[in-house]
Design a protein around this ligand. Structure first.
Ligand SMILES: [Zn+2]
Ligand SMILES: [Zn+2]
Length: 241
């Protein structure tokens, strides 16, 4: 398709489906600048005990061989972030995912997280971005995996490798309907390294991406598989907590 046609198509799309803020419905952007200001940055916590921790690093006493080394989240799981994430999951709003990644990076530019220092230390050479996978039946039904989309966008903007290193082997019940203990049981043994990895990770350090941290059960289970597979360091990055 030539450029003129693409511009024409975009123009038509904007005309037929004008971009509206998912939170306040104002026309123009998927998340308007006013609502972006309402986005609340939460405190960073240790992923093991969920108590305050500088930079979201796992406390030395909370460190475990197969556990997360840190957790960074953009904000609190309330509107406008909550509604944005819900739209991301159930609608095909790629541009919204891009807005959320841009907001994350703008925030990083102003408040560089410790995580970014770690990544920069070796110029990102040994860091790979890995999304939390969906079971293939669910992905087919929904059409795409929002974590995969976020991982792809982030890797492109940070210039890091990106790999679908995990697959979901067990079809699990949606975690939202379960209590904490049941969530852990539900997600247990639900993941494995992707067959394309030949049981070997090509990287030491992994940045694991998901949209929300609730009890952390899913991200902890993924971390276990990645570390069993040879990863030295695994950090989790989520939009909300
Ligand atoms: Zn708005
Ligand atoms: Zn801790």
């Amino acid at each position: 398709m030539n450029n003129e046609l693409i511009t024409m198509n975009n123009f038509l799309l904007d005309f037929l489906y004008p971009k509206k803020c998912v939170n306040c419905k104002k026309v123009g952007e998927y998340l308007c600048s006013n609502c972006q200001l309402d986005l609340k940055q939460g405190d960073l916590v240790c992923p093991t005990c969920e108590r305050l921790s500088i930079g979201g690093i796992t406390h030395p006493v909370c460190r475990r061989k197969y556990a997360l080394d840190g957790l960074w989240s953009l904000g609190i799981y309330q509107n406008p972030l909550r509604i944005s994430i819900q739209k991301l999951k159930y609608k095909w709003v790629t541009a919204l995912a891009e807005s959320l990644i841009n907001i994350t990076l703008e925030y990083w530019a102003k408040n560089p997280p410790i995580l970014l220092d770690y990544i920069k230390k070796d110029r990102g050479n040994s860091w790979t971005i890995v999304p939390v996978p969906l079971h293939w039946t669910r992905k087919n039904w929904r059409g795409f995996n929002q974590s995969e989309l976020l991982a792809k966008l982030l890797s492109k903007k940070l210039g890091l490798n990106h790999q679908d290193a995990l697959i979901r082997t067990k079809k699990t019940k949606p975690q939202v309907k379960l209590k904490s203990y049941d969530r852990r049981m539900n997600i247990k043994n639900a993941f494995s390294l992707s067959p394309s990895m030949n049981n070997e990770l090509i990287t030491n350090n992994i940045l694991l991406i998901d949209d929300v941290w609730t009890t952390g059960a899913t991200l902890k289970e993924c971390t276990y598989v990645l570390k069993k597979g040879g990863a030295k360091t695994v950090w989790a990055l989520t939009l909300a907590r």
